[in-house]
Design a protein. Sequence first.
Length: 370
Amino acid sequence: MVDLLCVIIGAGFAGAATAYHLARRGVSDILVLEQERVPGVHSSGRNAAMVRQVVSDPAIARLARQGASFLRCLPGDWPAPVLFRQNGSLLLGSGEGWKKLMEDAGLARQDGVEAECWSQEKAKERVGVLQEANFDGAVWCPTDGVVDIHALLTGYLKGAAALGVEVRYGCSVMGIEVRDGQVSGVQTADGVIRAEAVINAAGPWAGVIGKFAGAVDAPLRPCRRHLFVSASLTWVDPTWPFVWDVSHDLYFRPESGGLLLCPCDQDEVAPGDPPVDDSMAEHLAEKIRRFLPQMIDISIKKSWAGIRTLSADGRFVIGWDPKIEGFFWVAGLGGHGVTTSYSVGALAASLITDGVGEGAEEFSVARFMA
């Protein structure tokens, strides 16, 4: 057993997966603090649930491949059933965006991911509603898909709890206690909790928690993104992959007999529960008119806004803080949290217990030090 009084702030994917992996590594004293009454209220529970492996950043792509592999073949001791619908993904590109997408697909293939470059005609044959769409080519990744995000998050938390991890809900963090440059505790509304290590997995609040500790000023931006669900559509095939036009920032996938759609908006907001911007419905409609004209007549029955937290360079922030001893970052997953949660948790746990992890230097918060 590894004796370490470890407080994890946040019970979303970053915090839950880190707790799960730490417990599996024998860390015996772990407490997860979650400000909400249930897990997955914010970023982890309000996203499109898509698992995507072909991404531009090679460091993130490696974690995405590892995370997707886990989802396709859950370990025998995984504590909760998780539905992973492996319908694949179809990424559309135009102009320079298509050239970059082909490069990304080539790098993915080198990393063992199935990623085929398709002609416009082949893509339209696979997803009929693309007949009038405007794009130059597509990348088909058959091992991508859609996962039950709530079951996945529950699995991490149940697995961690079975190994002795405590999760305390409705517990807001008010500050971080630091003595002589070393973390010593976490201030909550219920009092101070002693800690030898504090794991900052606070999602949109990660920047705030970092400031509480006097840690490196990581440039993290919580950004709002809207999702829309259409009314039932007779022409939607539930076996369609998710389709993402990376050049025009628009994606859709089958959902509840209709489509889930996103205009890929990304405006910076304060951490919290972002309100729906009613103008985004028209923004989505305009993109559909321009790039997916066969969908022009769909009606929207539901919409919501979630938050994705991005670092200044778009890369995750994972690792020990060089200014404050005992303060560890797992933040800035920027929309890749579902796909990479397992591998991010494994990397974080390896760094915490052993001080090493494959590719860890690429995610270090030290890159933001002046």
